[in-house]
Design a protein around this ligand. Structure first.
Ligand code: B1M
Length: 205
């Protein structure tokens, strides 16, 4: 049985080796990948963020927690994306200009890949020109992630850049809401990675 509390604690403390050991053991016993994410790893990142807000944790602690989280995600990725699949379309994804947070973006990319789409991962700090590179590679959906209230405003520029060009722009990230999506005229918003897959399914149906 997976000890979700131990997994959560290991991510919060940035104990990469412990995260890897717990995730590997969970994989060996065929644990549910979504449960590992939803009951262990994602709440851990939320908790370290709350500690940061209360000045009980600082940037270095966020960084080591993020590294531990990424190590666990790397182990889960092949399970999420496994399946002999024919591509259903192409999505370009990136974290917007000024923003270096990539864990949520990576998770969304893995889930979209797992649902049978090709994904061009443009990384972090993406300006409009970077998103255009993804479109030049055949993406018909641009997915923007932002974790900062100071960088989410750049999504408006991305939406404006692709208006009327046959490319849909979808947005997400902790500070984003449906109201913000409506305000900037984006083609869709989702709160989490599973919702992002549903959005892509709808837009490419
Ligand atoms: Co930063 N950080 N951080 N940080 N960090 C937050 C976002 C913050 C909320 C922490 C806090 O104060 N409680 C706060 C933002 C406050 C604000 O804007 N109002 C903050 C801050 C202030 C900062 C710095 C400015 C700190 C500083 O330097 N003083 C700095 C900014 C750097 C920069 O980007 N320019 C900074 C730096 C960092 C680290 C580098 C140390 C590290 C990031 C490492 C990395 O990503 N490789 C980090 C981390 C780890 C966090 C927290 C703790 C965790 C983020 C995370 O990975 N969550 C975060 C606190 C929090 O979020 N509660 C925080 C887990 C991840 C799975 O969730 O990314 O939300 P999330 O993704 C979800 C959904 O949002 C959604 O699906 C995902 C899965 O369900 N989603 C999408 C995301 N993208 C989507 C795209 C879609 C659809 C859905 O497309 C359609």
């Amino acid at each position: 049985m997976v000890d979700f509390d131990a997994l959560k604690a290991a991510v919060i403390k940035g104990k990469r080796d412990d995260v890897v050991a717990i995730v590997n053991a969970a994989i060996a016993e065929k644990a549910d990948v979504n449960e590992l994410l939803d009951k262990g790893m994602i709440p851990a990142m939320r908790e370290i963020g709350d500690k940061f807000s209360r000045n009980e944790a600082y940037v270095p602690e966020l960084l080591i927690a993020a590294r531990a989280m990424q190590s666990g995600l790397a182990l889960l990725e092949p399970l999420i994306t496994a399946s002999g699949r024919k591509s259903k379309g192409k999505v370009a994804i990136g974290t917007v200009k000024g923003d270096l947070h990539d864990i949520g973006k990576n998770l969304v990319a893995i889930m979209i890949k797992g649902a049978g789409y090709d994904v061009v991962d443009l990384g972090v700090n993406c300006d409009v020109a970077k998103f255009e590179e993804g479109v030049a590679q055949g993406a018909t959906i641009v997915a923007c992630s932002s974790l900062l209230t100071t960088t989410m405003t750049y999504m408006k520029d991305v939406v404006a850049a692709f208006k009327g060009k046959g490319v849909k722009v979808i947005i997400g990230g902790a500070p984003i809401t449906q109201a913000y999506c409506d305000e900037i005229g984006a083609d869709g918003y989702s709160e989490d990675a599973n919702g992002a897959v549903k959005l892509v399914d709808q837009l490419l149906a």
